[in-house]
Design a protein around this ligand. Structure first.
Ligand SMILES: [Zn+2]
Length: 261
């Protein structure tokens, strides 16, 4: 990620959030932050310029880690829309970096893994990364951080030291808050949604974002598991109202979550 920005005419057409993105200056919007192995652009947006972000320990939020979980993309898009509208209205919020859909190729194919068949949430270079997986859909990749999508997130973590990372999935409804410093924000999301708050997902996840960011680097991580289509999700418009009060409280809390300690 550099500070050159992108001109608006490079933005992809058919953009579902065109109205929201129109509020952004080009120094805060990277329509092609990274390219996947297939050459598909991955979009990234931020609350401020790169130089300012380096000094401000942003919240990093991403959707679409697993391509067959549209609920997470919906939540990230709606959060982006609210952030931009709130900022335009003059509200003071936490600095942020937002990736609406990390696994763009997986999303296009409606499959969990990326175009190379890798589960992006098992490919992080955590100390416990392993070549073993219990099924193909959890394939961790040929080596840790082999995937460009994961390399990009690792770069963001290294360059910007987020105060909190939130990634948005869907499965059985729950909020997984990893690390004691994730708890207060996890409770906000659990309270808003009525979903159970858990300290761990309940099964081993070597090479996952929470293993890498919290267990190795002590950056708190929240995994939002919205209910998926097998657990009662019928309409994606349900997603935002369920979590809005919780995520708004999180971005309005200007404390650094102990990130500087
Ligand atoms: Zn997922």
């Amino acid at each position: 990620m550099d500070d050159r920005g992108n001109s608006p005419d490079k933005r992809p057409t058919g953009d579902t959030g065109t109205r929201s993105r129109a509020l952004l200056s080009t120094t805060r919007h990277w329509p092609c932050w990274k390219k996947t192995s297939r050459g598909t652009p991955i979009e990234l947006l931020a609350s401020m310029s790169v130089d300012d972000l380096r000094r401000s320990r942003p919240i990093l939020l991403m959707g679409g880690v697993h391509g067959d979980e549209p609920e997470g993309v919906q939540f990230a898009e709606e959060t982006l829309r609210w952030l931009l509208e709130a900022e335009a209205a003059g509200e003071k919020l936490c600095p942020w970096i937002l990736i609406p859909c990390l696994n763009v190729d997986g999303r296009a194919a409606d499959q969990r893994v990326n175009a190379r068949g890798v589960d992006l949430n098992r490919n992080y270079p955590s100390r416990d990364w392993t070549t073993e997986s219990k099924a193909d859909r959890y394939f961790p990749g040929p080596q840790a951080a082999s995937e460009v999508e994961v390399q990009g997130v690792v770069e963001l973590i290294r360059d910007f030291h987020p105060r909190l990372i939130i990634h948005c999935h869907s499965w059985e409804p729950c909020i997984v808050a990893t690390g004691d410093r994730a708890l207060r924000d996890g409770e906000r999301l659990a309270r808003a949604s009525g979903y159970e708050l858990r300290p761990e997902i309940g099964y081993p996840t070597p090479g996952s974002l929470s293993r890498y960011a919290w267990h190795d680097l002590q950056i708190p991580v929240i995994c939002i598991e919205e209910r998926d289509r097998h657990n009662g999700m019928s309409d994606l418009s349900e997603v935002w109202p369920r979590f809005a009060p919780g995520i708004q409280e999180i971005f309005r809390d200007l404390t650094d979550r102990g990130a500087s300690t």
